[in-house]
Ligand binder design. Sequence first.
Ligand code: SPV
Ligand code: MG
Length: 289
Amino acid sequence: MRSQICSSSEVSFLMEAHDGLSAAIAERAGFKGLWASGLSIASSLGYRDANEASWSQVVGVVERIVDSSRLPVLVDGDGGFGNFNNARLLARKLRQCGAAGVALEDSCYPKTNSLVGHRHPLADVDEFSGRLRAVKDTVADDLILVARIESFIAGHELDEALSRAHAYADAGSDAILIHSRRSAADEIFAFTRAWQNKLPVVIVPTKYYRTPVSAYRRARISTVIWANHSMRAAIAAMRHVCNRIIAEENTASIEPNIATLDEVFELLRYDELARAEAHYLLHPPDSGQ
Ligand code: SPV
Ligand code: MG
């Protein structure tokens, strides 16, 4: 489980999930781990990624994601929804619902998504380290703790990111997520060169998506998160189908391009339910009684 979320030997991928269905689809595609994305979960609930969804709403969605696949789930815990106390409460609940890890970012509450706008105040290093220590003291090794550094997002230079990485490592983190919103991965590679893999490095190449994964392997990056692509694919597909039905007042032309009902039943394992009915019900539906 730990090796899928952050190992230093071979790069691993985490695919975004924002509900049970997207989790099941990612597992079928062959991903070995999931990222419960704050942006994607918020968007699917109709919220903005600005702590509009409460921590308990996020935990409720994570529960469905965990239950819908056998994959380890790294949860985007934002900044922990407050101070050290909120962060450790969140971590305890995530452990209870079976998450494999939590990523906490050094943002201030309420946060703003890293890729929107220009207001990204950073948390004080010592205060944020206290949030990390509180989480580690609460869940120990039952939950992988990823410390996420937002200093490039906030416009700071490499030295700020590095000194934060050292402080967060000292606070007990298992891995460092270094984030960048540039269209090239120069900030990321500057960090990995200087950091020398003191802890495994996790990245989110949403903006620098043209960089090949071979470059991440060379930089000994541990984990690549494809953070929002199922959610964005769903938006494009749903918009397309809605527009076509409005225009054509008919679904004949879209049928070949959407999932069949059999695919839905297969993904959600209706066959298992039929077998369970035969096994447990006194009068199963197909028994003719
Ligand atoms: C998320 O997926 O919610 C993330 C990554 O935190 S980002 O949207 O780039 O902040
Ligand atoms: Mg997020």
